[in-house]
Design a protein around this ligand. Structure first.
Ligand code: ATP
Ligand code: MG
Length: 800
């Protein structure tokens, strides 16, 4: 093995070192956030390669997101002179896609099978339900989708589902029909990628054998969030000589709602007879105020495996907590704070924008924050949300491209059959669908059976696609996309649309995305595409050989070709690009390298770290989410989510909540999150005065029988008017300390001691009035709702 002096191993503590240099046997690292789990995993890969224990093609590593996979490859590239492109490092879905591409025949798929994302899947299900006249009130399409995905995650085909009641039987029947439809169209959804890979390994001994021999080392990050099927898939890949390194943290299990099983950790230890269990207890990420907050919060959970986590870094800055009057105010405060953080602070350099993250519980919250950042001219980047490849105009363009590859893809066919509009009405489409159903074929194949005007119009559409297919045959990917955009009529259509400018820009961006896909990523080609000699050549050419002993054989054994891989056959760039589009987050290329503030949900922040983190919308009903807050398990999962959020921060952490928030077109009045009351007071600094606890709203509970009816009144006076053009001037709560009292005449003639009426909170008594004009705010004690700070430019208080 490598000498301990190897630079690779220099920056590891003894436990980490032990984990990195374990013998090739199964092992579990169970450790808290920021303790270096991912670092150990990456370093172990590098160490295994460096010491010649495995070739780049002989290991597989599973990460949770594409972003994480990219980062891992990047790090490996800097640690070792190794060509990382062909390595099997990626998400479960990405790896399964690759696997099925290599074995499409055995998997009973067309070579250029297409991937349905969640949106496509839902519309495919809706289409099916319509076709079979299924009552969508009794069986909402979303529920059916949930059911099907759930079955697949549990490894169940329709015939295997136990249907005890009529309703389940109906769902199973839909599942069956859906499967047939997908098979006919040559498309697979995300769950299918996983399930079919698993089944192929299960049912085909020679393929299974091949991969068991090939992947001597399997490394899995974020193991606590694997589901039943993923676990079973890993088991299939393991024969007698494999070594699985699983890395996880039960306190960060946040996908139970999607079938993740923390229990996989215990099963793994038992079923794989894991001898090496390693704990990492030092957190290298955060200052202690942040870590103490995380530790104290998570101690409120009962179901825990139990770990300790400490840091030897100093206390750092206290965690700042702020209450705002509205979500606009919150955003405005955030913008100011971001500006502060970025600016040089005396001798300390400011933070980079990309080292600042704004986290929220649900995507809907991002809009107000985006508007604030946008108006302030601060570059930002949103992860998740509507992904680039999910935008309508992009989906349209992709649908045309998919039809070039696979005319039987009915989802794509229907999407663009009459888009841009070409006079094909709903009746014609129905006729076509009936014909296809009767003949048991795809829409494309049913066209010839149609007669009349409908037939002519639709045949013209099909001819158009066929011509494009011929024209693009010898073209590069970029040329293909440019041609399709023009000839499909999409460009013309959006040019004519007064609001189409953004969409046109996105379509141009699609060409760029394709371009960079081709040049940077290759076509996601399998490692088998590179011969061992080529791999050695790439390895030895690179100059940066950090402590690498080049006399050692880096490639020990040939990576044998899988049994059914036809040599030389690769996916067309277009087909490869299309699966990339379905699997990747599709980050806007133009933004990719920019130093921008990072916006994302807490879920997608898992595994990442930032210098400064804002957790916004810490309100009951939002975080913890109302869907989860009522049952114990749900609440514990929300708390783990909060634990994940807190532990993303290195140096600065801000927690913010707002008294009112506009969500889904409604103004909501929320109490602050209970999680704020579960943090150690000694680590917090309240920027606005801490109000009474969340558990006991109401000071002495006035009876106020008359409130109910009046509260039914519209809440229009509360900022709903500012929705389309947020009024950031209404923000008041920025000051770190309460604003100094102003001499000027208080607004609305309000004075301390006055009794006032508020639409939502009812009667209250003014305690303080501060600020002037737009900055004015009042502190009011509402017997039924507690003490509130209200922005007077937004809130209407009527003296009574
Ligand atoms: P999470 O649970 O959030 O995924 P993790 O356990 O995977 O966290 P890492 O992301 O691997 O933790 O590490 C956290 C940070 O600590 C990283 O910046 C990493 O580089 C750093 N780090 C890890 N180990 C050490 C070490 N021995 N010395 C210095 N820094 C370290
Ligand atoms: Mg990690």
């Amino acid at each position: 093995s490598a000498p301990p002096s190897s630079p690779l191993l220099a920056h590891l503590n003894p436990e980490q070192l032990a984990a990195v240099t374990l013998p090739p046997e199964h092992a579990l690292i169970l450790a808290g956030a920021g303790s270096g789990k991912t670092r150990v995993l990456t370093t172990r890969i590098a160490w295994l390669l460096q010491t010649g224990q495995v070739s780049p093609g002989g290991l597989m590593a599973v990460t949770f997101t594409n972003k994480a996979a990219k980062e891992m490859l990047l790090r490996l590239g800097t640690l070792l002179p190794v060509n990382v492109r062909g390595m099997w490092i990626g998400t479960f879905h990405g790896l399964c896609n690759r696997f099925l591409r290599a074995h499409w025949k055995l998997a009973n798929l067309p070579q250029s099978f297409q991937i349905l994302d969640t949106q496509d899947q839902l519309s495919a299900i809706k289409r099916l339900m319509k076709q079979y006249n299924v009552d969508d009130e009794r069986f909402p399409a979303k529920q059916t989708q949930w059911f099907i995905s759930g079955c697949k995650e549990d490894g169940l085909r329709p015939g295997m589902v136990e249907a005890r009641d009529e309703e389940t039987r109906k769902k199973v029947e839909l599942y069956q029909l859906y499967e047939e439809q997908c098979q006919r169209e040559g498309v697979v959804d995300f769950g299918e990628l996983m399930l079919r890979s698993y089944e192929l390994l299960r049912d085909n001994a020679s393929v299974r054998d091949h991969y068991q021999r090939r992947f001597r080392h399997i490394l899995i990050d974020e193991f606590q969030d694997t589901n039943k099927l993923q676990y079973a898939w890993i088991k299939m890949l393991c024969g007698e000589h494999n070594a699985v390194l699983a890395v996880g943290d039960d306190d960060q299990s946040i996908y139970a709602f999607r079938g993740a099983r923390v229990g996989n950790m215990a099963d793994f230890v038992r079923e794989f007879q894991v001898r090496h269990q390693i704990k990492l207890e030092e957190n290298y990420r955060s200052y202690s105020h942040i870590l103490d907050s995380a530790n104290e919060l998570i101690s409120h959970n009962q179901k825990r495996l139990g770990k300790t986590l400490r840091t030897s870094q100093g206390p750092g800055e206290p965690v700042r907590v702020i209450e705002s009057a509205s979500d606009f105010a919150e955003a405005n405060w955030l913008v100011d704070e971001v500006k502060q953080l970025v600016r040089d602070q005396g001798t300390e350099p400011g933070f980079e924008r990309k080292e600042i993250a704004v986290l929220y519980r649900s995507n809907a919250q991002s809009r107000v924050i985006e508007t604030g950042l946008f108006n302030a001219g601060i570059p930002y980047r949103v992860y998740g949300g509507l992904r680039f490849f999910e935008r309508a105009e992009i989906k349209h363009a992709l649908a045309y491209l998919r039809l070039l590859e696979n005319p039987n893809d009915d989802t794509s066919f229907l999407r663009v059959l009459n888009f841009p509009p070409r006079g094909i009405g709903a009746r014609s489409v129905e006729q076509l669908q009936d014909a296809a159903k009767a003949a048991g074929c795809s829409l494309h194949d049913a066209v010839s059976t149609l007669s009349g005007k409908a037939g002519t119009n639709i045949a013209a559409f099909v001819a158009k696609i066929d011509v494009m297919r011929e024209q693009t045959e010898a073209m590069t990917l970029r040329e293909i996309i440019a041609l399709v955009l023009a000839h499909s009529g999409l460009v013309e259509h959006y040019k004519a649309d007064r609001e189409g400018a953004d969409r046109l820009e996105n379509l141009e961006e699609l060409v760029n995305a394709a371009e960079s896909f081709v040049t940077q990523e290759g076509f996601g080609r399998d490692a088998v595409a590179m011969s061992p000699e080529q791999q050695v050549a790439t390895l030895t050419q690179s100059p940066a050989s950090q402590g690498l002993d080049l006399s050692r054989p880096l490639i020990q054994a040939d990576d044998p070709l899988p049994p059914d891989a036809e040599t030389g056959e690769t996916l067309s760039p277009l087909a490869a690009f299309l699966s990339h589009a379905a699997l990747e987050a599709g980050d806007n290329q133009a933004q990719a390298g920019q130093d921008a503030v990072q916006l994302m949900t807490v879920h997608s922040s898992k595994g990442l770290e930032f210098d400064a983190v804002f957790i916004t919308g810490l309100e009951e009903g939002l975080f913890p989410h109302e869907n989860s807050a009522s049952d114990h398990e749900g609440l514990e999962e929300e708390r783990r989510l909060m634990y994940v959020a807190i532990t993303r921060a290195r140096k600065r952490l801000y927690l913010s909540h707002s008294q009112t928030r506009m969500l889904h077109g409604q103004t909501r009045y929320n109490l602050r999150s209970r999680f704020l009351d579960e943090l150690p007071e000694a680590s917090l600094k309240w920027l606005t005065p801490k109000q009474q606890g969340f558990a006991s709203p109401g000071l002495g509970g006035g009876s106020g029988g008359g409130y109910g009816a009046r509260r039914e009144n519209s809440s229009a006076s509360w900022g709903s008017s500012g929705r389309s053009a947020p009024d950031f001037a209404s923000y008041t709560a920025a000051a770190p300390a309460p604003l100094p009292p102003q001499k000027a005449e208080p607004p609305q003639g309000l004075r301390a001691g006055m009794k006032v009426f508020h639409n939502k909170f009812g009667e209250g008594k003014v305690l303080t009035v501060e600020g002037t004009s737009n900055d004015a705010r009042a502190q009011v004690n509402f017997p039924r709702h507690g003490i509130k700070w209200l922005a007077l430019s937004v809130a209407k208080l009527t003296p009574i």
